[in-house]
Design a protein around this ligand. Sequence first.
Ligand code: URP
Ligand code: ZN
Ligand code: ZN
Length: 462
Amino acid sequence: MFTYDVLIKNGSITTSGDYYKADIGIKDGKIKDISDKIDPASAKEVFDASGKILIPGGIDVHTHLDMPFGGTFSSDNFETGTKAAAIGGTTSIIDYAVQPKGKTLNETIDIWNGKAKDKAVIDYGFHLAVTKLNDTTREELPELLKNGFPSFKVFMVYEGMRLEDGELMEILKIAKDNDGLVCVHAENYDSINYRIKNLLDEGKTEPIYHAISRPQKCEAEATNRAVKLAEMLDAPIYIVHVSNGEAADIITASRKHGFKTMGETCPQYLLLSIDNYREEGFNGAKYVMSPPLRDASNHKLLWDDLRLGDLQTVATDHCPFFMEQKRMGENDFTKIPNGAPGIESRMALIHHFGVNGGNISMERFVELTSTNPAKIFGMYPDKGTIAVNSDADIVVFDPDKEVTISVDNLHEEVDYTPYEGFKVKGYPVATFSRGELIAEDGKYIGEEGRGLLLKRGKPEIQ
Ligand code: URP
Ligand code: ZN
Ligand code: ZN
């Protein structure tokens, strides 16, 4: 009889607070021992991690797999998207389950779980995106918040998905009263419509006008409004995909005044810019996402916010569409499906441009990509750390491996990457999920459909 199913030997463990060399003994999917030297004879399988860094599995708390948008569906489903995630060092996701017209929230969970069950290969949770606040929803919300779905999403934009300010306020209050957290997509709906009308009247239809129709102030205004509504109630709030320093400053100020305000940014806002929309032909459509890419001067501001603790997480907002799908908006930028891929390269990009780039420490990298997401969304300490009794979600990271990111070496179900040609040093080379080696050297090698639906606990404000 073996004491352990798996033994990971000789790796350097990095958590959000520590950096040390030790062996890890794993049994029944859990970490059972972390010691100086564990006898290899005590384990059924031994993985040699000499020269490698062991980090907690990445947690991407903002994905859109198999999501209907603008008359089409995001091109990664729960199988392809989570396999790509696993290869890239992510072991849990929280996907946005968007309430379809006429459906209750419980039905929405069933619909989304139908998409994910037996397809996802890593563990997955759902933020319910509430698109209709009525008496049924009002009844369902407290129940769901208490029973494994402690976070909801509210869109301030998108016809058919958005809620009014009063409705946002009501959901913030329900969440506060039931230990929940509201995630908000903050942009000013009316100003976007006003600008779109003017631009289209002037015959301005190219992808760059997507960015011009929703400028930085449009996001900053809505961020301020959402944050102030939350402050009025002293309710926690989490602003998703913060794209610029001006919006981030609103979060910083709110936190300084003692409010439970948090923010997430994404690799695209740290590494790409409004200039990408000017790429030749229709290539600018690759970057049509909301909020749009901003002036590059924001990169430093956002890295500073991440380092200083003013923003708490880096997620991807992974929402891929093939160029063929993007072409729906060839003659009208408003018809380009919003979103871009990123689920596979998040860990490598944030490590390289964050840690190697001198913007954040290795420990802060772990905190932003795994520990804080786990804490904020009620998964800690099962997820988000390497500790005895935590899930054995562990990424073996080779700090010396150099990779040029390209659509040719990624596994996302889409025909481009916004990061084509980006060079990184440091890459995930093996991924364990609940003790099973599911990805190695750029290949998914785990069982099919092994991911579990995460029933999450109470959010911890960071
Ligand atoms: O453009 C984006 N971000 N698409 C996905 C939906 C959303 O707004 O998060
Ligand atoms: Zn959004
Ligand atoms: Zn999103």
